[in-house]
Design a binder for this molecule. Structure first.
Ligand code: 8YV
Length: 329
């Protein structure tokens, strides 16, 4: 019997592509070419499965051009690049990579919070530019992390990881807002108190965004929400571009209506709103919250394992939908 045909749509670790070749007839993308939707569709015309990353859109038009496609395995925990309803209706399985990146991403959330509150990149640029000639009492004076109030919007696995770091490692008071309250045992574990969004924005010294992107979470933070925050507060976005109105944030930073922001994700990335590039009080990183070698390997391996298990008949390991099986050739 011939092997299922798989497209690995972006470059990933070569040895993991080799592992896939033991099970599948694989077309890879070792040069990491960024295909247009039309180019991707042309490659999917004869494929049974695809390994995607968070930046590849899978929608009804793509599915219509891929009549044999049965599974899209995303190498990301977020899957807002998938039109899940269209996939379910077309009988296409979607999978993601939860859990394996939780702790690494929570570490990074904290790294970005610390860099932002303590003005690390701004002060390094100053030093490298040869501007450090003397000590002064207020040079790069930032805000404290220990003992401050951390407000987390989105209390899934990563949010909980950040809460634990804040409460247990830095003695922070942790408040959170989420679609639903955590079970009491989880709240106790994270030492976190549930509050309304407005109270969180008014009270927190540091606001951390970890909410998945959807139409409902689009611009969770816009001009009105920024206006509620303390002028001394920092805002950290490790969730998705589009959760924050980047244009409104650039205005709030320039006018110092909030003290600083740390952003790993952007509306329209890899483009970044030009006004964010010119304000000093923002730390900008290129969507690297999950980027450690062990974690990126674990993500790629889990995406590969989903494909292998699915075609072995064991079912997907980490499904994001439940399509009716057998709708596809
Ligand atoms: C990915 C992410 O690196 O897992 C996610 O949801 O945002 C990142 O870990 C990115 O989406 C590329 O797949």
């Amino acid at each position: 019997m011939s092997k299922p045909r798989i497209l690995v749509a972006r470059a990933i670790f070569p040895d993991i592509v080799d592992r896939l070749r033991e099970h599948f007839d694989v077309e890879a993308n070792p040069d990491d070419v960024i295909w247009t939707q039309q180019e991707l569709a042309a490659r999917l015309a004869d494929k049974d499965g695809v390994l995607t990353t968070g930046s590849q859109r899978v929608d009804a038009a793509l599915l219509a051009a891929a009549p044999r496609l049965k599974i899209c395995a995303n190498m990301a925990v977020g899957y807002n690049n998938f039109d899940v309803d269209a996939m379910t209706a077309a009988g296409v399985q979607g999978t993601n990579t939860p859990d394996v990146l939780t702790e690494t991403t929570a570490d990074f959330g904290f790294a970005l919070l610390m860099a932002t509150a303590r003005r690390l990149t701004e002060s390094e640029h100053f030093l490298r530019a040869g501007q450090w000639t003397k000590w002064s009492y207020d040079m790069f004076a930032g805000s404290d992390i220990h003992g401050s109030t951390l407000g987390i919007i989105g209390m899934g696995r990563i949010g909980q990881g950040i809460a634990k770091r804040g409460a247990h490692g830095f003695g922070m008071r942790v408040i959170y807002h989420n679609r639903s309250r955590l079970a009491p045992a989880l709240e106790a574990d994270c030492k976190a108190t549930y509050v309304g969004k407005e109270e969180l924005l008014r009270t927190a010294d540091h606001v951390m965004l970890v909410v998945p992107y959807s139409a409902a979470s689009h611009h969770t933070i816009g001009a009105a929400e920024l206006a509620l925050m303390k002028p001394t507060a920092t805002l950290i976005n490790i969730a998705r571009g589009g959760i924050v109105d980047d244009a409104a944030l650039a205005v709030a930073l320039r006018e110092q209506r909030i003290a600083a922001a740390g952003l790993d994700v952007f509306e329209g990335e890899p483009s970044v709103h030009p006004d964010l590039l010119t304000v000093p009080n923002v730390v900008l990183t290129p969507h690297i919250a999950s980027a450690t070698v062990p974690t990126r390997r674990a993500m790629a391996n889990l995406a590969a394992d989903n494909l292998i298990a699915f075609f072995d008949g064991r079912g997907p390991l980490t499904p994001v939908n439940q399509p009716v099986p057998g709708l596809r050739a």
